[in-house]
Design a protein around this ligand. Structure first.
Ligand code: NAP
Length: 297
């Protein structure tokens, strides 16, 4: 079977172009810069690299970054920083790079981020709203995967989807997003029996296990759409969580150059959306204050 590549770099470029135009309009109309605060805690080299890539992407579209690199920290200290950023009107979005060191209560920190600034969609509130189909920022990687499927006009409705992995930032929100788009969704994890069979039934498979090439090419159904969110280094080479499904899949995302670039572009898109919403709210508040002043007179 001829497989077509879902090129994440092409999708990311289209999203970045849209974001760049919106950032330009925002600054022209409001005379304000847009700023994303990024927080890295600990000495994980991969986390530092990811945040550097995100900062570079922000620069490309005209978004400022305010970077916090904290070698070691406590949950309470980190919460104080997040609360300060929540209150700061010059900060439009907050990104905490995960995973946080084990000694930090990650969930507590994520849940401290104000929902209107949670541009990486990591808090329980954002997740809950998204799962109920309400307006909220969605976790950037699964939202990026939906962007890829939409960009290439891949129909989701009525399809059998299998998500392998159930982490709070990837597998679970991915399953909810596919369900919201009317797919019939199976979620697999480390306790799933007969993983191969579950994968083999699906029209759309999302691989998010964090284990290099755990999912084998011969597990996929002929013609399946395969999305590989994995990013692992093996012998100096980046490989996905699945073997390349070339020749079996109808469409698939390559590693590298698939999900990764679109995750970053989706974060940028969420950041400009946050800034646009915040300015509308700010103007509404000013109007209300003005009205109240006039009424009191
Ligand atoms: P994670 O938190 O480690 O979760 C891994 C999930 O895979 C867990 O739900 C685990 O099940 C499941 N799993 C592990 N071994 C399994 C097995 N043998 N069979 C079936 N399921 C198994 O990882 P994550 O943060 O979701 O990341 C997943 C992958 O995506 C990684 O490769 C990561 O590098 C990549 N990623 C990429 C981006 C991007 O921008 N491209 C962003 C984030 C993550 P249990 O719940 O039962 O333990």
């Amino acid at each position: 079977m001829k497989s077509e590549i879902l090129d994440g770099k092409v999708v990311a470029k289209a999203i970045e172009n849209d974001v760049r135009n919106r950032v330009y309009d925002f600054e022209e109309n409001n005379h304000e810069k847009i700023t994303l605060a990024t927080i890295v805690v600990g000495n994980d080299q991969a986390s530092k690299t990811y945040v550097k890539m995100k900062s570079k992407a922000c620069k490309r579209v005209g978004i400022n970054t305010q970077e916090y690199i904290l070698p070691s920290f406590t949950t309470e200290g980190l919460i104080q920083i997040i609360e300060t950023l929540n209150e700061d009107p010059t900060i439009n979005g907050i990104l905490i790079q995960h995973p946080l060191p084990k000694e930090i209560d990650e969930k507590k920190c994520f849940d401290t981020i104000a929902i209107e600034k949670d541009v990486d969609g990591v808090s329980s509130k954002s997740f809950g709203k998204m799962a109920f189909g309400e307006e909220a920022f969605s976790s950037a990687t699964p939202a990026g995967i939906i962007n890829i499927l939409d960009f290439y006009n891949i129909n989701i409705e009525g399809k059998k989807a299998c998500v392998v992995g159930r982490s709070p930032i990837l597998g679970k929100p991915m399953a909810a997003m596919l369900l919201n788009r009317n797919a019939t969704v199976t979620i697999c994890h480390s306790k799933t029996k007969k993983l191969k069979e579950e994968v083999g039934k699906a029209d759309i498979v999302v691989c998010a296990v964090g284990k290099p090439e755990l999912i084998k090419k011969n597990w996929f159904k002929e013609g399946a759409v395969v999305i590989d969110a994995g990013y692992n280094y093996v012998n100096g080479k980046s490989v996905g969580d699945a073997e390349s499904p070339e020749g079996v899949a109808s469409f698939y995302t390559p590693v590298p150059g698939g999900v990764g670039p679109v995750t970053i572009a989706t974060l940028l898109s969420n950041t400009i959306t946050a800034a646009e919403k915040q300015i509308i709210k700010q103007k509404q508040n000013q109007n209300v204050k003005k009205y109240i002043k006039e009424v009191i007179k």
